[in-house]
Design a protein around this ligand. Structure first.
Ligand code: NAP
Length: 272
């Protein structure tokens, strides 16, 4: 898995083909979508039209919450995603949300992995208790946990816990979704100026330098080029320590422990 990819959350289906084509031209080879983003078909079209060999691409999609019987429905949902993407396999298949009958969904994911239809399987938005429970009571350990991770919610201890279990941390909201004045943050701005880099580049460099995989989203080709141009500089220990002071230890975008959010996700039916 590359350390840097491209996310397509909140890109409307009608804009996704162009955005992905632009991202491919900018050099991205890893793409992150989900059944819930409703743009898998457009992503698949852009990949096909690019003519880039399948083995040079790394494609992730995610399973939305499945009703009972969750095991069978997971298989059906996967097949639906694969058809929409126009692919024979995905590189990474993730349980999108840590709710519902996660065990039944995971058993079906394990089968998809054994059949080589999902080269790797993992989860997203799992807090430590649920992740450890899933690991200790199943055969296959998730390869990845994709979680909210940016300078305001750093989750360093959790990253270490996951690494101890062989789980790679992948960051969503790597740019803090532009929230909390991130692009004018004085600490990040000053560090960027010292390297001739933007705040976005500092945030992304900070993640990959920690070994966290990042998948920033943008529909702007100039920003696509900017966000991938982070491998020619290194943050010093002192700069890493300054960024550590920005941690609030709280989610900024979505609190998966909030019962109202749990209900929102449970009621979000992709078939409606
Ligand atoms: P993000 O990447 O942190 O931020 C995206 C925002 O930053 C957009 O408003 C974008 O605007 C702007 N932006 C991008 N590059 C910029 C730059 N260089 N300078 C200034 N602004 C810039 O947020 P995200 O989309 O929420 O997260 C990234 C990906 O993670 C998603 O696309 C999705 O694949 C994944 N994700 C997963 C989950 C999950 O539950 N697993 C949740 C959320 C996201 P423009 O497009 O206008 O440039």
């Amino acid at each position: 898995m590359p350390l840097l990819g491209f996310g397509v959350f909140q890109i409307p289906a009608e804009q996704t083909e162009q955005a992905v084509s632009d991202a491919l031209a900018a050099g991205y080879r890893m793409f992150d979508t989900a059944a819930a983003y409703q743009n898998e078909e457009a992503l698949g079209r852009a990949l096909k039209n690019s003519g880039i060999p399948r083995e040079d691409l790394f494609i992730t999609t995610k399973l939305w919450l499945q009703k009972a019987p969750a095991e069978q429905n997971t298989r059906r949902a996967f097949e639906d995603s694969l058809t929409k993407l126009g692919l024979d396999y995905v590189d990474l298949y993730l349980i999108h949300q840590p709710y519902g009958d996660v065990y039944a969904q995971w058993r079906a994911m394990e089968d998809l992995h054994r059949q080589d239809l999902a080269k790797a399987i993992g989860v997203s938005n799992f807090y430590p208790d649920r992740l450890v429970d899933l690991i200790l009571n199943n055969e296959i350990t998730p390869a990845v946990n994709q979680i909210e991770n940016h300078p305001f919610f750093q989750r360093v201890a959790y990253q270490e816990l996951m690494a101890g279990h062989g789980v790679r941390t992948q960051s969503w909201g790597s740019l803090a979704q532009g929230k909390n004045g991130v692009f004018t943050n004085p600490v990040l701005t000053e560090i960027g100026a010292a390297h001739g880099k933007s705040v976005a580049q500092v945030e992304l460099r900070w993640l990959v330098q920690r070994g966290v995989v990042a998948i920033p989203k943008t529909v702007n080709p100039a920003r696509m080029a900017e966000n991938i141009d982070i491998f020619d500089f290194e943050l010093t220990d002192e700069q890493m320590e300054s960024i550590a002071t920005l941690d609030t230890d709280k989610p900024l975008a979505f609190d998966h422990h909030d019962p109202e959010k749990v209900a929102f996700i449970a009621n979000f039916d992709l078939d409606d």
